[in-house]
Design a protein around this ligand. Structure first.
Ligand code: CMC
Length: 409
């Protein structure tokens, strides 16, 4: 890169560099055109393929929404039936994947999920065929069909991977998927070995709908970067899972509920919120967003669901009460007001899960169970006009140093 010095304003967003402006964290940098989802961060609106998530949450289910996200339109009744049949017939895992999950039974499930997705990809014959075609630069109708088939398999298999990890971690027998249950109900059934309460199944379904896509957060961007090298869909999804795992992204749902449990008492909310306003203090998990400068619409919907859930089943650990007190403090604190920091989707989502008996380590894996459709839809969209991602960094160190042998240093 040129050594000419360019004067640029140094702010949180743009960093000074001798080579040119560095958009820190790629804020507002556009990477492609998309028709998958759109966010109005100022108004707090989210659309999938043009449909408001409030409508999808009210009228639809994950099967239909995942079809919409993947194929770009709502299915007809017969298309939906056929799609559901394909998902149900793809829920089982390769024996090698089951062994990988068993070997990682004591690890955090996000590690196991990442490894399980990679393992499944290594043994999926469709994936191997697609890899061979991509190696010679062939991506025509036949390969696209294969890619969509693989995308559906990933959507079908992630719930099984997460549920099996839970069973292994508890030393329990595996529960095979059941064809007569919906995506959400079957997931809870595979975890707990009994048909779920209808409100719990609805909660999981709602969560899956609300997390299906979100334009290009870190995990989806990671999926693009990996897929842009013409690596395969499974590897791209495994990488996306690795990105999702961090507490600044999907890992925040686990951290939020852990905070509520630790506090345990709404009267301590102010202290926690104040601590997050101090320089160098811990960030308040489940609050703030790169794009939303308003209340996250997904959080609004999940807050309502959490309220209904605790109204029916109680709030014995004070999770809803503590979260409500934290929200009140955040919304009335000048630090959060000035920075336009509001509760995000991760703020409310874990409360009902916790009361369903889902341990908090499984909250982020369930995020992946939903978001997998967004990842694969974005990859397939990008592959229509693929170009490898290859940005630059501004080198700020010395050049042409003299090598000094080790015994002379
Ligand atoms: N608690 C306290 N201060 C915060 C928080 C928070 N949760 N979020 C942002 N800030 C402050 C930040 O310190 C900075 O202050 P200053 O201007 O004085 O330096 C200002 O607000 C802007 O924040 P930023 O870190 O530059 O914002 P970003 O766009 O880089 O990061 C974020 C966005 C979501 C990573 C961040 O808000 C955060 O860390 N939130 C907590 C983690 C979280 O809830 N993540 C889930 C995000 S939504 C779902 C998902 O993506 O998975």
């Amino acid at each position: 890169m040129s050594e000419q010095t360019v004067q640029i304003r140094t702010s949180g967003k743009v960093l000074q560099s001798p080579c040119g402006p560095i958009v820190h964290g790629l804020e507002d940098v556009l990477i492609k055109n998309t028709t998958i989802s759109d966010i109005d961060g100022e108004k707090g609106i989210l659309w999938y393929r043009g449909y408001r998530i409030e409508d999808l949450a009210k009228f639809s289910n994950y099967e239909e929404v995942s079809f919409l996200v993947l194929y770009g339109r709502l299915p007809t009744r017969s298309e939906l039936k056929e799609y559901e049949r394909r998902l149900k017939s793809s829920r089982d895992l390769h024996p090698a994947t089951v062994e990988v999950i068993r070997a990682l039974a004591k690890a955090h499930p996000m590690f196991a999920l990442e490894a399980a997705v990679a393992a499944e990809g290594a043994y999926d014959e469709d994936n191997q065929k697609l890899i061979e075609a991509l190696r010679v630069g062939r991506y025509k109708a036949e390969e696209k069909e294969l890619a969509y088939r693989i995308a559906e398999k990933l959507i079908a298999k992630l719930p099984t991977m997460v549920a099996y990890h839970y069973r292994f971690s508890k030393g329990l027998e595996l529960v095979r998927p059941r064809d007569d249950l919906s995506h959400a109900a079957n997931f809870l059934y595979m975890m707990f070995g009994k048909e779920p309460d209808p409100l719990a199944a609805k909660g999981i379904d709602l969560y899956l709908i609300l997390h299906a896509d979100h334009e290009v957060p870190a995990s989806t961007f990671t999926a693009h970067v990996v897929a842009s090298t013409l690596s395969d869909l499974y590897s791209s999804v495994a990488a996306a899972i690795a990105a999702l795992k961090g507490p600044l992204h999907g890992g925040a749902n686990e951290m939020a509920v852990r905070n509520y449990l630790e506090i345990g008492d709404p009267s301590k909310a102010k202290e926690l919120v104040e601590a997050a306003t101090k320089p160098g203090g811990p960030k308040l998990m489940g609050v703030g967003h790169r794009v939303y400068k308003a209340y996250d619409p997904r959080a609004r919907i999940f807050k309502e669901f959490s309220r209904d859930y605790v109204a029916k089943f109680g709030d014995p650990k004070n999770l809803f009460a503590v979260a409500s007190a934290i929200e009140h403090e955040v919304l009335n604190n000048p630090y959060f007001q000035q920075r336009k920091l509001y509760p995000n989707v991760d703020f409310w989502s874990g409360i009902a899960f916790y009361y369903m008996g889902v341990p908090y380590e499984y909250f982020t894996p369930i995020f992946a169970v939903s978001r997998v459709v967004g990842w694969v839809a974005h990859i397939l969209e990008y592959w229509e006009n693929n170009r490898i991602f290859r940005p630059r960094a501004c080198y700020a160190g010395p050049h042409d140093l003299q090598y000094i042998p080790i015994d002379q240093r």
